[in-house]
Design a protein around this ligand. Sequence first.
Ligand code: NAD
Length: 476
Amino acid sequence: MATMIIEGDRAKAASGKTYEVRNPATGEVVDEVPAGGAADVDKAAQAASKAFATWSKLPANKRAEVLHRASQHMLGKVEEIAPILTKEQGKTLLESRIEAQRFGENIAWFADLADKIHGEHVRLPDLTTYGLVIRKPIGVCGAIVPWNFPLTLAANKVAPAIAAGNTVVLKPASTTPLSTLACIEALIEGGLPEGVVNVVLGQATGEAIVSHPLIRKIALTGSTPTGKKVMARAAEGLKKVTLELGGSDPCIVLDDADIEGAARAISIGRFFNCGQACLAVKRLYVQDGVYDALLEKLIARASKLKPGNGLEKDSRMGPMHTETQRAEVEAQVKDAIDRGAKAAHGGGRPKGAEYEKGWFIEPTILENVPDGARMWTEEVFGPALPIRRIKDLDEGLRLANDSQFGLGSSIWTTNMAAANRAVQELEAGYTWVNALQIAHDELPFGGTKQSGFGKEHGVEAFLQYTEEKSVVYGGM
Ligand code: NAD
């Protein structure tokens, strides 16, 4: 049975309660884990607070060294960790390897910043007096993570937090705790001091983290409704918050686009991770002149995505993560079809004995989805893509911005003026022009509108795990 990681303790829940983690492809039990609660979060927060006293005082270059060694050790275990992620989450082994690799790389990327970011000297009017702005770590930070990219999204929080000298109480989604435990255990084996990152498990630990008085900042990746609850609760303790929430990224393809490149990017953008991605092409607007050709290419690509158990070599798309999640996407597709949409590809469940025990679904492309359908107005967190004809860029931009969300967005065109207009006018935290929707380490990533606020990735993320303090030195 797996345990929580609280300082040197490999802990069971204080209540003694446990729950099962199941494989979404087969329904089999992968492991039993502790169902933690407020008492466990308290223990973890105390441990993190104790560790902060030494970790935050370690010279920054030494902290960088420790993190580089720990990440190297963890990266040596990618092949062990990837199958654990596939078994608990459902994604293919290739997707799991990429994700586990990204975890270690992210720790190393922020380790590089640990001793490179500094404050400033400010000239004050009286020349015998001078000012400084120094940057300090915040303290104990809470990291709350969803199940779709358990490792990448944990690293997005843990890596900048600990590089800046903070310590962490980390809560993975209840259905995907095992690969996270393996990654943190690998960092500790590689030299990360106990107590710097503590892992608590179980649904109830989320609210307990947000309410705990020792925890000074909350970073959540999750749905928009969860983000609102977390922000309201965090306000009671005046905690800093970073909220990476839902999205419904539009993609506009104009007549002059490289449609081969667009088809590849859209197909990866919509079907990677069985469509369970915040940054994913979720609404597609295609100019009339290339609509038919692009649709044909997308269908050809979707046809090659064989659903299957992620551990099997020939699987190109794993199952949905849970039964509820599949039911939700199926209801959104049904809503579109009931309103007159047509499935240009997929629309149901794959058939065969191998699919009976898992939450499999076909990659789906829908045409003629009317205005107001759930596919356009809600986040579709699965492999179903609505495609719509547009007559020009004006119409594309109007429809693209007609959403409560503002996370990612993309445009395919060879016209610089059109691209520049889209960059200026798309209401989103990220715009890709003729490029795959990849969130690069170097660029700040985060949403606007109902997709949240605050940044992960980039120097900006590191800064958000520090507090500025002004200092005045008078004449001596
Ligand atoms: P969720 O909101 O249900 O859960 C996310 C995490 O929050 C889980 O660990 C959960 O246990 C915890 N949680 C739930 N209620 C809580 C509360 N009241 N207080 C504290 N913690 C609480 O989301 P999910 O279904 O696990 O993930 C899918 C959602 O995440 C989608 O909406 C997706 O778009 C979003 N997401 C956003 C990004 C991004 O970077 N913007 C990335 C990935 C996923």
